[in-house]
Design a protein around this ligand. Structure first.
Ligand SMILES: [Cu+2]
Length: 277
């Protein structure tokens, strides 16, 4: 009980700068996670994965094993600290990064892949993978029996839940993985932006970023939906081995809670791994 971490119930709180060593015997295995038990600290992002592998590996064994924590934040213009009391979130992240800054997951065609998805935020997220069907093989409570696996390409990961998905990477491609909630596929949304405010700060801010919608072109100001659906390719800002060989302008398609699984032919896979070394 004193290792369970509920302050007041099982143990005393830790003072600033204090420490406590947790020690316990593992009786279970699966996709577990640890986190602060104070809401504000949780909303500031104090959470991590605790992966416990079984003594006998699960079958079928996987070649790749990835972990993603989904989180949301409200970071309004000119702020660097998230507002932890807010209920409307404008930054949605995988492992603390929003697309196109998320790092693509690299897979060789034919490999079996596991992705562990964990959600400890304020919203439920229907996480969707393009290009390959998967089965849900585990939850926060452990392994799901094989007889209950069924094909899916979207899985709802509720608050406080973990979902392990697995698939055979049959189809070559750069396959987006994203939350399917439309607003979670955007970023930087603030209520003063959009067609309701045909001129002003928000438009200026976006138009100067890349010059897609210049202030001096009245016709372009009238684009419906602007600037919610933005197209802002900035490939050169995200050059890293994992983005090598992506189609030109790829970063324009990536924002919000978006990342990708790159199922690569062996030659390109080896080339990219060589660049990572
Ligand atoms: Cu979502």
């Amino acid at each position: 009980m004193e290792m369970e971490g509920s302050v007041g119930l099982g143990q005393d709180p830790l003072p600033p700068g204090g420490s406590y060593t947790y020690e316990f015997t593992l009786k279970q295995h699966g996709t577990l996670f640890y986190h602060s038990h104070f809401s504000m600290q949780e909303m500031m992002g104090l959470i991590g994965l605790l992966i416990v592998h079984p003594q006998t590996p699960y079958t079928p064994q996987v070649d790749r094993d990835f972990g993603l924590i989904v989180q949301e934040w409200q970071i309004l213009p000119n702020n660097t600290v998230p507002n932890t009391m807010a209920m409307e979130f404008n930054w949605l992240t995988f492992n603390g990064k929003a697309g196109p800054a998320t790092t693509p997951m690299l897979v060789k065609q034919g490999e079996r892949v596991r992705i562990r998805l964990v959600n400890l935020g304020m919203d439920h997220h229907p996480l969707h993978l393009h290009g390959n069907q998967f089965v849900v093989t585990g939850t926060e409570g452990g392994r799901v029996p094989e007889g209950q696996w069924h094909p899916q390409n979207t899985v709802l990961v509720g608050v406080g839940q973990a979902r392990n998905i697995e698939f055979d990477a049959k189809h070559i491609g750069d396959w987006m993985m994203h939350c399917h909630m439309p607003h979670h596929m955007m970023n930087q949304m603030v209520s003063m932006a959009g067609p309701m405010t045909p001129s002003g700060h928000a438009q200026m801010m976006n138009s100067t970023t890349i010059g897609l919608y210049p202030m001096d072109d009245p016709a372009k100001k009238a684009i419906k939906g602007y600037p919610q659906d933005m197209w802002m390719p900035m490939d050169e800002m995200f050059v890293k081995p994992e983005t090598f060989g992506l189609r030109k302008g790829w970063s324009g398609a990536m924002m919000g809670m978006m990342t990708m699984v790159r199922v690569l032919p062996p030659g390109l896979y080896d080339e990219i791994q060589g660049r990572r070394a």
